[in-house]
Design a protein around this ligand. Sequence first.
Ligand SMILES: Cc1cc2nc3c(=O)[nH]c(=O)nc-3n(C[C@H](O)[C@H](O)[C@H](O)COP(=O)(O)O)c2cc1C
Length: 247
Amino acid sequence: MKLLAICGSPRKRNTCNALNLIRDAFPGIDFEILHLIDLDFKPCKGCYTCVLKGESNCPLKDERDMILEKMAEADGLILASPVYSHMVSAMIKNLFERLGYLAHRPLFFNKFAMSMVTCSGYGAEEALKYMDKMLSVFGFNLAPSLELQFRPGKMPEKNTLLNIEKSKRAVKILIEKIEKGKKNKPSLKMIIPYNIFKYVSELDKELMKADYDYYKDKGDYYYETNIPFYKKIIAKKLTNKIIRQFD
Ligand SMILES: Cc1cc2nc3c(=O)[nH]c(=O)nc-3n(C[C@H](O)[C@H](O)[C@H](O)COP(=O)(O)O)c2cc1C
């Protein structure tokens, strides 16, 4: 089994140390930590080219594709951020922006992921909710998220031990999920965006070329699966309500 951790901290302190402890606690697992700060990973220019024309047309030439390859090679992803000003770090936000086209054309339906934050007070809930949201729109199957509290200055031993125990428990659940391989069933939260993106991709096939190519041969969902009849009907009704606004 291979786990990839992406660390979105601009320094190698609490978040990095927490990931090192996790790696050391699971010696039998092939565990790689990728620090965004060490990479050539430029800020998104907001040109929207990846969404419209396809990700291979991104004008930024850097290590984005290496990150994507490592995500594709791993069975599970731990996405780790410090909480800065009640949210994810700017580096994690930039990762989501640079991979923003995946919200239109998700890829990672066969992969599992866990969001993790380190913080010293408030804001973890919002940051984790946002990370889980982005990972799920990229297609990942989610394990419960992990919040670790770090006090400024020297941490009491008992707090460190508590963080280690919490981390081990959370990562064990992620590993068990990967071993079981049980994927999420298509939910309305996924079927409705699927329907909308597919519909929009057909409105202007040239403008939305990348989305059109992605959706044109797909059926009821991103991949072959049986969606219960009642779910399809509800999703269709709710989708129609939303797309009426496009007309
Ligand atoms: C600019 C900045 C803003 C922060 N904002 C918050 C916050 O809103 N909530 C919180 O709980 N901790 C906040 N913290 C504390 C960090 O989340 C905490 O120390 C974290 O473990 C730092 O991880 P790092 O060592 O990987 O940077 C902030 C720290 C910095 C530097």
